[in-house]
Write a new protein. Structure first.
Ligand code: CU
Length: 133
């Protein structure tokens, strides 16, 4: 669903809340999708105790841009399987770097880093490979 023409004129707090909601939505959509299973972040140490140290993980993504939403800071990517993290799927990803987002256009092949924390994920280091299939 896309609401054209609707703009949020609230302050940073509203935008932040919105962004967090979108991130949560992206993770939920990803988790519900078949074959998509983010790795369990709780690890059991050798002594048997469970640690919950926050971790940042990075995965290499290769895929094709389907659509770009610069104001919404998101891009929909049809991406290949990400070993150990996610099956091949079409998914909307948050992109914090607005300039990177502005360079993107549907049809481009890209590589990027998927940065994953305990409660969010986004794309970084987006590189455009070309527009050939
Ligand atoms: Cu996914």
């Amino acid at each position: 669903m896309e609401r054209r023409g609707q703009q949020i004129v609230g302050g940073t707090r509203v935008k932040l809340a919105l962004r967090r909601a979108l991130v949560a939505l992206a993770i939920a959509a990803c988790t519900w999708a078949a074959g998509c299973h983010p790795s369990d972040r709780r690890q059991t140490s050798g002594t048997g105790e469970t640690t919950t140290t926050p971790r940042v993980e990075r995965y290499r993504l290769t895929g094709k841009v389907l659509s770009v939403d610069v104001n919404g800071r998101r891009a929909v990517i049809d991406h290949q399987a990400i070993p150990g993290f996610m099956a091949a799927m079409t998914m909307s990803y948050p992109v914090g770097d607005r300039r990177a987002l502005e360079r993107l256009a549907p049809g481009q092949k890209i590589t990027a880093d998927v940065v994953v924390t305990a409660d969010s994920l986004w794309l970084e280091h987006i590189a455009i490979l070309g527009t050939k299939p």
